[in-house]
Design a protein around this ligand. Structure first.
Ligand code: ZN
Length: 177
C-alpha cells in the first residue's frame, strides 16, 4: 500500500503509542525525505535513528559481521533508555548497498518486472530482520526481563527516490517472502 508522506490519514497501520527506533540506509538522497515521513506519524523528536548502509540487508549481510551485533546492542539501549515499542525498518529503492552486498542481482531496472523484483528483495530482507528482532525480544522475555518493556512492534517500509513510501504489509506470516 502506497503511503504519501504528507497524507497521514492513509497510513494503514496503528500509530505508535510510545517512541520508535528507526533503521534507515545512509543514502544521502533520502535523508531529508525520512524526516517528514516520521513527522507524518507524529514522531517529531520521538525516534532514535540507526543508519546502516543497506538498512535491513546491512544488518544481516556477512561481509561485515560486526554490524549485526552493533544493531542489536543499540536496540537494547534504545528499548531500555527510550521506551521504544515500535521499530521502523526503512528500505529504499536504487540502494547502492544492495548492489554492493548482492552483486549484479542487487541492481534493479525501471521496468515493472524489475521494480517488483526489487520490492520483493527488500521485503525478504526486511522480514528476515523483523523475525530476528522478534526472536531477540522473545529471548529477553524468556530470560526474565520485563514483558511490557520488550513488547515491540516492527513495521517495514520501502521508500522510492521521490520520498514516497510503500508499507510492506506484515500479516504475521512470511508467505510473501
Ligand atoms: Zn541505500
Amino acid at each position: 500500500m502506497e503511503i504519501h508522506r504528507q497524507a497521514s490519514g492513509y497510513r494503514p497501520y496503528p500509530p505508535p503509542r510510545k517512541n520508535v527506533l528507526l533503521l534507515s540506509c545512509m543514502d544521502l538522497r533520502l535523508i531529508d525525505d525520512i524526516v517528514p515521513f516520521m513527522e507524518g506519524d507524529n514522531l517529531t523528536n520521538r525516534y532514535d535513528q540507526l543508519v546502516f548502509a543497506g538498512a535491513a540487508l546491512g544488518v544481516i549481510q556477512k561481509d561485515h559481521d560486526s554490524w549485526y551485533d552493533v544493531f542489536f546492542q543499540h536496540l537494547d539501549i534504545a528499548v531500555k533508555l527510550h521506551d521504544i515499542h515500535d521499530v521502523y525498518i526503512m528500505e529504499h529503492r536504487n540502494c547502492g548497498a544492495y548492489a554492493k552486498f548482492l552483486g549484479k542481482k542487487g541492481n534493479y531496472g525501471d521496468t515493472q518486472r524489475e521494480l517488483n523484483r526489487e520490492e520483493n528483495d527488500h521485503r525478504k530482507y526486511a522480514f528476515l530482520l523483523r523475525d530476528k528482532i522478534r526472536a531477540h525480544c522473545a529471548k529477553k522475555i524468556n530470560e526474565g526481563e520485563d514483558e511490557e518493556l520488550w513488547s515491540v512492534n516492527i513495521r517495514c517500509f520501502l521508500m522510492d527516490l521521490r520520498g514516497s513510501v510503500l508499507w510492506l504489509k506484515d500479516d504475521g506470516s512470511d508467505a510473501d517472502v
